[in-house]
Write a protein that binds this ligand. Structure first.
Ligand SMILES: Nc1nc2c(ncn2[C@@H]2O[C@H](COP(=O)(O)OP(=O)(O)OP(=O)(O)O)[C@@H](O)[C@H]2O)c(=O)[nH]1
Ligand SMILES: [Mg+2]
Length: 321
């Protein structure tokens, strides 16, 4: 069955891909077996993360990007990720509606992810879904996340190119952008440029980048700051060109920044996967064991301190050092 699913994914079968992504999100163990086999077929897509505050216009931008990419004969996968909600709620439904004109296009595949699967949370299921879309042959994969916390930064780091979308705002908007998010940005987009204050927001961003000159030395990539009007389809071609420039930058030879970034991502991913698997094993074995229950009782009775109990339990599991 696994072989059959893998074959269908590789041939681009939309229904199989949709089911597999749902199974990944739903924590179906068989999905992991499929992912093992699909990994060798990944690495051809360019993955772009689009993040930014709620309502910044991410979905509208993506909708326009899809059109531009399709007119350049590129196929596109889109993942709308909502880490703040355990359910795929209203925002994601809105996203689907905003992009639904592409729904009948074979070259476009749009899905939303909302749960925290046991493969390692939303970041892990996003990475897995990206791998599936990559293996099915999509040229570009766009990931939309609402940018507020560390989860979004993590999801953004799944991407090769991260686009941070901001809108013209009153005063301190740019200062309020968390430095973690600022530092993951490869491209800034000031969307809703039809609104007042777009130029100010843009120069504020440039200024914030100027405060970190070491980061953008010779040969380094300094994030360009673009302006767009997503609803009017303005500035989207520029954005796509910059995404292309960044992809080219990542490919540049020795030492390839793309490879370095990829290694960092893979390292994080592997550490996270090991952490999770270890924890699952401990939960299944140690946390339900008699010695654990006895330790809990003994600590509660103040017969033993929790530090010593913890040392002993771990020693019983892994051996003492
Ligand atoms: N004035 C103006 N409105 C825009 C522009 N781009 C998007 N909008 C509007 O902004 C609203 C939010 O757009 P979305 O694309 O749903 O924004 P989002 O960032 O995906 O929102 P969430 O997914 O809910 O975080 C919609 O009503 C859009 O029509 C723009 O360039 N100018
Ligand atoms: Mg959206």
């Amino acid at each position: 069955v696994v072989e059959q699913i893998v074959r269908k994914v590789l041939s681009g079968d939309v229904r199989t891909v949709a089911r597999l992504i749902r199974d990944i999100d739903d924590e179906v163990p068989e999905a992991r077996e499929c992912l093992k086999k699909l990994y060798a077929h990944t690495g051809n897509a360019h993955v772009v993360g689009i993040t930014g505050s709620p309502g910044a216009g991410k979905s509208t931008l993506i909708d326009q990007l899809i059109s531009h990419l399709r007119s350049r004969d590129k196929t596109v996968g889109v993942l709308a990720v909502d880490p703040t909600s355990p359910f795929s709620g209203g925002a994601v439904l809105g996203d689907r509606i905003r992009m639904q004109r592409h729904g009948l296009d074979d070259g476009v595949f749009i899905r939303s992810l909302g749960t925290r699967g046991y493969f390692g949370g939303i970041t892990r299921s996003t990475r897995s879904a990206v791998d599936v879309l990559d293996a099915m042959g999509k040229d570009y994969i766009l990931i939309e996340t609402v940018g507020v916390g560390q989860d979004e930064v993590d999801v953004a780091e799944t991407a090769q190119t991260t686009v941070v979308v901001v809108v013209p705002g009153m005063g301190d908007e740019v200062q309020a952008i968390k430095s973690g998010i600022l530092e993951t940005a490869d491209i800034f987009v000031v969307n809703k440029a039809d609104r007042e204050g777009a130029d100010k927001t843009r120069s504020d961003l440039e200024q914030r980048l100027d405060t970190n000159p070491d980061r953008y030395g010779p040969g380094a990539w300094r994030p360009p700051v673009l302006t767009t009007q997503a609803t009017r389809n303005l500035g989207i071609g520029d954005l796509l060109d910059k995404i292309g420039d960044h992809a080219a930058h990542l490919r540049r030879s020795s030492p390839s920044p793309g490879l370095r970034r990829r290694r960092e991502q893979v390292e994080k991913e592997l550490v996270e996967m090991i952490r999770l698997r270890l924890w699952q094993r401990l939960q299944a074995q140690l946390i339900v064991s008699q010695p654990f229950k006895e330790a809990v009782a003994a600590i509660a009775n103040r017969e033993i301190d929790p530090y010593t109990a913890c040392d002993r339990l771990l020693a019983s599991q892994f051996g003492s050092r």
